[in-house]
Design a protein around this ligand. Structure first.
Ligand code: SF4
Ligand code: SF4
Length: 457
């Protein structure tokens, strides 16, 4: 690390110096978030002809699902978890509650590594059951409920920390994966940290509970800048976007991030995005209905569940029967299991072909992060495109752009796979075989997106 700080390092130092400004920004986002969440839920349902410029509920729907979510995801790939450190209202409120709370230690059950996986899957499924993208009340219930839970956890555990973010947040596992590709991070020079006896800046409050001295990447770091310049060893720095995965991804870690990637981010999310277009879903429902009627069981065909259990807006001709809800759960879980199972099998085969068995599996699986990230972005931005088309925009360039993004993500995945295999010292012939397995893994993922955007549209 040279002694003259780079412009990027100065930017990081500026974030540390202007912590008060960042806090003010966080409160402004909290306010904006609260208005967008609460006000539309208090209004009548928008009429079918409502447009975003003349109806607050439609405008809020566009801001939340059309802009906020897809571009927060994109920001993970560009800047790491800057969203978490600087803007996220939930993280800010959880930390604020923790500053004024009980300050208890983190309980053992909360440290279980599977919570982000479970929370992501349950939130995604529940969101589909109550049509969270289409109505303001379920958005208030899911996002507002999650924020209240984050505040409660903050109030009970930690002292000025983000225990919620570290262990429980439903999107933290996804952000952890995506941020590994960011081209900037707070780089820590451990030698320098140890050698620099002092005087030091006061110890920073790292809210997501990171051991800063040993930090090697972006996955858990919220990029808040509070540790910038600590011991002259921490600086915001550029990096090769593949570095965290290729160089540091071989450390043995919990199996849950890989499970989240294969079964959740790729499998479950794909089913959750495509069921509304899928003829297979309709066939599943019809088969279920025939089976029930043949046995004289009719109550699952009634649409009488409340809106917070299943979508229930009869005034919009939009109400789910119990059968709809059950078929949706089966359909989305089937995508998760089939896609995740296929990817796991292909990666295991790649490990065998590479001659390193299971050791390579978790490392090579991370090569699929670009493809998973691209799928999430395309799936979420499908809502952006839909809402903009309601507004009368043709957006003819969208389909070619989708094809290009998928092709680019697939190439990036294969490139990453090749670099990982080389880094692990796999022989050239075995590299080719293992890469062929990785390519095989990608085929149904591309096929799934093709069905959603071309085959079924
Ligand atoms: S981990 Fe979740 S709650 Fe915490 S700051 Fe990030 S997005 Fe917000
Ligand atoms: S290591 Fe902690 S304090 Fe440093 S930037 Fe990351 S989240 Fe902030």
């Amino acid at each position: 690390m040279s002694d003259a700080p780079s412009p990027l390092a100065r930017l990081g130092d500026g974030m540390r110096r202007h912590a008060g400004l960042i806090r003010a920004l966080q409160w402004a986002v909290v306010l904006f978030y609260a208005v967008l969440l609460v006000v539309p839920a208090c209004l009548d349902l928008p009429p079918p002809q409502a447009r975003m410029l003349d109806n607050l509920a439609v405008f809020a729907q566009f801001v939340f699902w059309g802009i906020w979510w897809p571009f927060v995801l994109l920001s993970m790939l560009l800047f790491g978890r800057l969203w978490c450190g600087l803007f996220c209202p939930e993280g800010a409120l959880s930390e604020w509650a923790s500053r004024h709370g009980r300050g208890r230690g983190v309980p053992r059950w909360m440290r279980w590594g599977g919570w982000p996986f479970v929370a992501f899957c349950l939130t995604t499924l529940y969101g589909q059951l109550v049509s969270v993208y289409d109505y303001a009340l379920p958005a208030l219930l899911i996002l507002g409920g999650s924020t209240l839970a984050a505040m409660l956890v903050g109030f009970l555990y930690g002292r000025g920390k983000r225990v919620w973010c570290r262990y429980l947040c439903p999107v933290s596992g996804v952000f952890n994966l995506l941020a590994r590709l960011a081209p900037v991070h707070f780089r820590v020079d451990e030698q320098r940290w140890l050698a620099n006896a002092g005087p030091h800046l006061p110890t920073p409050n790292c809210a997501p509970l990171i051991d800063i001295r040993r930090m090697t990447g972006c996955a858990d770091c919220h990029s808040c800048g509070r540790c910038s310049g600590q011991r002259g060893a921490v600086a915001l720095s550029p990096r090769w976007p593949n570095e965290e995965i290729v160089v540091h991804g071989q450390r043995t870690e919990s199996p849950w991030p890989v499970r989240l990637l294969l079964f959740g981010v790729i499998g479950l999310a794909m089913g959750a995005f495509n069921w509304t277009l899928s003829p297979w879903f309709i066939a599943l429902k019809q088969a279920g209905a025939e089976w029930l009627v043949a046995r004289g069981i009719v109550w699952p065909l009634e649409a009488n569940a409340p809106w917070w259990v299943l979508t229930h807006y009869p005034q919009n001709n939009d109400a789910f029967t119990w059968l709809d809800g059950g078929a949706l759960v089966v359909y989305v879980l089937a995508w998760a299991l089939l896609m995740g199972g296929w990817l796991t099998a292909a990666l295991r085969l790649a490990g065998r072909v590479a001659g390193q068995g299971r050791a390579v599996h978790a490392h090579l699986a991370q090569a699929l992060i670009p493809l998973g990230a691209c799928g999430l972005f395309l799936g979420l931005s499908a809502t952006t495109v839909k809402l903009l088309r309601y507004e009368g925009l043709a957006l003819g360039w969208v389909q070619p752009a989708r094809a290009l993004l998928l092709a680019g993500a697939c190439i990036w995945t294969l490139w990453l796979g090749w670099r990982i295999l080389r880094r692990r010292g796999v022989a050239p012939l075995r590299q080719t075989g293992a890469l062929a397995c990785l390519a095989l893994a990608c085929v149904p993922v591309l096929g799934g997106w093709w069905l959603m955007f071309w085959g079924w549209s």
